[in-house]
Design a protein around this ligand. Structure first.
Ligand SMILES: [Zn+2]
Length: 327
């Protein structure tokens, strides 16, 4: 039974909204929906430029809706965490009254049988609105807008910026060899996998020899040395984005293990200031008390209770080819 781990990458940023989208978002806090006139058309949401020609439009805003007509829809039977509703719903193209273009939004219709092209829908507003498209929780069948919870009223200031948190969650299988390697670190051992065909030794990876395309099982496990030489390193100067816990520059080093071809990439260093790391420096493994305190994988592998590498004090290795050893 393969074990999976779930990982989430988030990327927060702010964007300025500009004169039309800013006005659109501000109006949402007032429970109003704005479009922009373009000849005899009304575009919703409003745009600064003609989508067909790129020509700048006059900023001639006009209120539309709030009710509208479903032009097209698709049912979402199993919403993900990033969908606007927790239960089954529809994404629909809704042409609001007075608009000539449809707005994409969610419709809480209960079941697909209660939706059709031509169904009339109206917004369900969030009680507390901040100037985002999801100030409209969703649309609901009928002509009458709703408010969810207590109405906290419009924004006090015009909305000019939007905070956005791009986020991707994905799952990866954990190779059994990785679990065994992490378990070995609890015994202060580093284990790798030796290929019986080509003799290459691997640490991390998916438990295969990529040259011979053979699976490397527990019988291929080999003990790895706990001393090595720095072949490359990066000094990372942390940017204080949300979630960053590092405040000072720190090092990720590549360590070539003695007597092997194994390079452990992106390893932390211990008792070694960032400005004193050198290619050729001799290092030894440092162990944490538990896997939780060790390095949590990062790029290239899970190192369990391996906390990092500290200088042994031996003379540096003088070999110009060391820098070519990245993997
Ligand atoms: Zn091989």
């Amino acid at each position: 039974m393969t074990r999976f781990v779930e990982s989430t990458i988030t990327f927060p940023y702010k964007r300025s909204l500009g004169p039309l989208v800013g006005a659109f978002m501000t109006a949402l806090t007032e429970r109003r929906i704005l479009g922009v006139r373009h000849g005899d058309q009304v575009l919703v949401p409003p745009m600064e430029w003609d989508p067909a020609t790129g020509a700048e439009l006059a900023h001639d805003l006009v209120e539309v809706g709030p009710a509208g007509t479903v032009e097209s829809w698709t049912w979402v039977p199993s919403p993900s965490a990033q969908h606007p509703l927790r239960h089954a719903f529809a994404f629909a193209l809704i042409r609001l009254d007075g608009a000539t273009t449809p707005l994409l939004h969610a419709v809480d219709a209960g079941s697909p049988s209660s939706l059709d092209v031509g169904t009339r829908v109206a917004p369900r507003w969030r009680g507390s609105r901040v100037g985002r498209i999801d100030d409209i929780v969703c649309f609901v069948p009928g002509e009458a807008p709703e408010v969810e919870g207590e109405d906290a009223g419009p924004a006090e200031e015009p909305v000019t910026r939007m905070d956005y948190l791009a986020s991707i969650t994905y799952t990866n299988p954990v190779p059994p060899a990785t679990d065994r390697a992490v378990a070995a670190t609890l015994e202060r051992r580093l284990v790798g996998l030796g290929c019986p065909h080509c003799g290459r030794v691997y640490a991390g990876g998916r438990g295969h020899c990529p040259i011979d395309a053979v699976e490397l099982g527990p019988d291929c496990e080999v003990e790895l040395p706990q001393t090595g030489t720095v072949t490359n390193f990066s000094i990372v100067t942390p940017v204080q984005y949300p979630g960053q816990t590092e405040t000072e520059p720190f090092v990720r080093a590549f360590v070539l293990l003695d007597g092997t071809d194994v390079v452990l990439p992106y390893s932390p260093v211990v008792d070694l200031p960032a400005d004193q790391v050198r290619v050729g420096q001799r290092v030894e493994a440092v162990w944490a008390a538990s896997a939780d305190e060790g390095e949590q994988g990062g790029m290239g592998g899970a190192w369990g209770a391996l906390a990092g590498w500290r200088p042994t004090g031996e003379p540096d290795v003088d070999d110009p080819d060391l820098v070519n050893r990245i993997f």
